[in-house]
Design a protein around this ligand. Structure first.
Ligand code: ZN
Ligand code: FE
Length: 239
């Protein structure tokens, strides 16, 4: 399996997971159809599945057009079936989704929205975290509670350290500036920021990050308790 990063809209990332053995793919959170179609046609790849982490338009905007074009099947959380355009395969928390050679465990992570899920491709050690966990940050709490978000992040924290994290937005530099303000002596963070700056200067994505890097550097994951986490989340909302 190979993961291709497709920049969409202003700062979204969609991800195409390619099975090179038969030139098929699934896409995670297609914000818009055009850049995905462009990429797939150039490589002559068939899009079999559309996976959505949550219902927000910047993660599902391409669903209908891609479905029409490739006859792809839309896959998402059962409880969000009314909110995800074109959905056909309904998944539950803890379920293993398996189709063709794609294999992912569904992790329900409420907080940003009540129906947010992550797709954990545990064999390849990849996780797609949508707007729940960002590199050096976490999503805004729109529909859930602080406690739900805190517990959701803990689920991701417990994955193997080498797990690669693919999130929904390129927010890393702004997140880094917030982290360093509250954790200025963290040498791992200082080192990571140097790398992030270099990547952004070269026009490269800062994604994927890893569970290890986030445990070392992300103050939202480093928050010891719900109180600290909630305070940081409030501060970040006004950063
Ligand atoms: Zn969102
Ligand atoms: Fe988003």
């Amino acid at each position: 399996m190979q993961v291709e990063i497709i920049p969409c809209l202003q700062d979204n990332y969609s991800y195409v997971i390619i099975d090179e053995s038969n030139n098929t793919a699934c896409v995670i959170d297609p914000s818009e159809a055009a850049p995905i179609i462009n990429f797939l046609q150039k490589q002559n790849i068939e899009l079999k599945y559309i996976l959505n982490t949550h219902h927000h338009f910047d993660h599902t905007g391409g669903n209908e057009d891609l479905k029409k074009k490739f006859k792809s099947i839309v896959v998402g959380f059962k409880k969000d079936s009314k909110r995800i355009p074109g959905i056909e395969v309904l998944l539950e928390d803890g379920e293993i989704w398996e189709a063709e050679n794609f294999l992912a465990k569904i992790i329900h992570v409420p907080g940003h929205t009540t129906g947010h899920i992550c797709f954990h491709f545990f064999k390849e050690k990849l996780i797609f975290t949508g707007d729940t966990l960002f590199s050096l940050g976490c999503g805004r709490i729109f529909e859930g509670t602080y406690e739900e978000m805190f517990l959701s992040l803990n689920k991701i924290k417990s994955l193997p350290e080498e797990t690669k994290i693919y999130c929904g937005h390129e927010y890393t530099l702004n997140n880094a500036n917030f982290c360093i303000k509250h954790d200025f002596e963290n040498q791992n963070l200082q080192k990571k920021i140097k790398l992030i700056r270099k990547q952004r200067d070269n026009g490269q994505p800062t994604i994927p990050t890893t569970v290890k890097d986030e445990l070392d550097c992300n103050i939202f994951l480093r928050a010891k308790n719900l109180e600290t986490f909630s305070k940081l989340r409030d501060l970040k909302d006004n950063f």
